[in-house]
Design a protein around this ligand. Structure first.
Ligand code: AMO
Length: 446
């Protein structure tokens, strides 16, 4: 069988015989001529044939042409077909300036006549039929962007001496807090799904790895139905030794993001702008940095008082602060630094002279938090005291505390949600759109 050409490759091919394969987008069955728009993973192309409505004994291949016309008349949208034909470049064809004159058409796998979703279906309905929803070119593009972004980040880390690790997602303890913890029976005992690779990426520091990264699933039993929360998400994590403060972590973090966005802009910038109406902006470094206490003052001056008693930014506070940063510095990103100890986990290092503040940050992008980072407390006695201070039982954390008893360098890192990043990059309303298969409190299927 002749080799299949992808639709995107056709423009560079000379006129002549080719094979294309994909699914039927639409059929226009006119009296004298039939058009099939065929789509594959790279684009859409117009297939065309003269309609033959009755046998003509004068014409040699009349029976085959009649059968082909009838077959095209029965094609359902969504049916996968393989077609041989003559490629013809023709400027008058709106779709890509070329078309394929059909020689043979084979139905490979038929679709039922009524597709279960339409363009205006609700997001929930679309997710029920995600495999069909993903046939939309924009959905396809989201995951091409994801591929390029991840690949460029990975390359940056590899080029800078980081080691890629894969930490277990089955754990004997909580990794972030007792809240939002999935528990499951594990033979005679209880296991928990990892909320973050936090402890194990830190373990790479006493292991002498220097700097590590991981892109992997994380699980949170979060019952909320917001546009930014999932019960399973892909977490992008990095951790490195010998940081002097969270400043070193932020410098690495912004470099990785610039590497990712530079690649997306170069490879897919125009397609993203056309599909989503937003430019891919490669940010300048350093990103603006604003201590949390100062962020509160800025918001107050804009007439917004953060409603949360603990001082953490709420979604509206994040939006307002991002708006301020955009107006003032023209930047889409902002590091909010020096979070209050009361709202940070026990493993964040506290300020040398002020134990109410931590060497930590959140990164906001286009109005929403995408990331948390920090320098970690590596001094075992202080770390143990901080765990107790947060109401944790150091005995449950023995395996983790051991990491700090046999020599460990100062270190820090960050965790970043992949789907959130893509949602904010592409200006989409929910991480449901930017997650291949979303998992939420009431979604386990497909
Ligand atoms: P944190 O809990 O802030 O920090 O999570 C880091 C980032 O992960 C993403 N994220 C989520 N995405 C989708 N659904 C969720 N339920 C969800 N929860 C979190 C967000 C968030 O900013 N161990 C620390 C990181 C570190 O200090 O290295 C942590 O997990 O984008």
């Amino acid at each position: 069988m002749a080799k299949r050409s992808t639709v995107a490759s056709l423009s560079a091919l000379a006129d002549g015989e080719i094979v294309v394969a994909g699914w039927v987008d639409t059929v226009r069955d006119q009296k004298a001529v039939q058009f099939v728009i065929l789509r594959d993973e790279t684009g859409a192309v117009q297939l065309v044939t003269k309609a033959v409505r009755e046998l003509d004994p004068e014409v040699a291949d009349s029976a085959e042409r009649l059968a082909l016309t009838e077959l095209i008349g029965t094609l359902n949208a969504g049916t996968f077909i393989r077609v041989t034909g003559q490629l013809a470049h023709d400027e008058r064809v709106k779709l890509g300036g070329l078309e394929v004159k059909i020689s043979t058409l084979e139905v490979v796998a038929e679709a039922q006549p009524e597709p279960p979703i339409a363009e205006d279906s609700s997001i929930d309905k679309r997710l029920d039929w995600r495999f069909l929803d993903l046939r939309r070119p924009e959905a396809n593009l989201i995951f091409r962007v994801q591929t390029v972004f991840e690949h460029a980040m990975r390359s940056w880390w590899v080029d800078n001496g980081f080691i890629e690790i894969h930490t277990p997602k089955l754990m004997a303890s909580a990794s972030e807090s007792r809240a939002e913890l999935f528990e499951l029976q594990y033979f005679e005992t209880t296991a928990y799904l990892a909320q973050s690779p936090q402890f194990f990426k830190q373990m790479a520091q006493p292991a002498g790895f220097g700097a590590v990264f991981e892109i992997a699933p994380a699980f949170r039993a979060d019952p909320s139905f917001t546009s930014r929360h999932a019960t399973e998400f892909t977490s992008i994590d990095a951790e490195m030794s010998w940081v002097d403060s969270h400043e070193d972590v932020m410098a690495m973090h912004e470099s990785v993001i610039v590497a990712g966005l530079t690649a997306v802009s170069a490879k897919l910038g125009p397609q993203v702008e056309e599909a989503f109406g937003v430019p891919v902006v490669v940010p300048t470094t350093p990103f603006p940095r604003i201590p949390l206490a100062e962020a509160h003052e800025i918001l107050k001056a804009r007439g917004y008082t953060v409603p949360r008693a603990d001082g953490d930014l709420d979604p509206e506070g994040e939006r307002q602060l991002s708006a301020y940063v955009k107006e003032t510095f023209g930047h889409d990103f902002v590091f909010v630094t020096d979070y209050f100890t009361s709202i940070r986990p026990f493993y964040h290092m506290r300020h040398e002279g002020d134990s109410n503040l931590t060497n930590s940050y959140d990164l906001l992008y286009n109005g929403t938090e995408i990331s948390t980072g920090a320098q970690r407390e590596h001094r075992i006695d202080i770390l143990t005291a901080q765990a107790k201070d947060k109401g944790l039982d150091p005995e449950e954390l023995e395996f983790y505390l051991d990491f700090f008893r046999h020599g460990v360098p100062p270190h820090g890192g960050f965790g970043m949600g992949l789907a959130r990043f893509l949602m904010l990059l592409l200006g989409l309303p929910s991480i449901r759109e930017t997650t291949y298969l979303f998992r939420g409190p009431n979604r386990l299927l497909p």
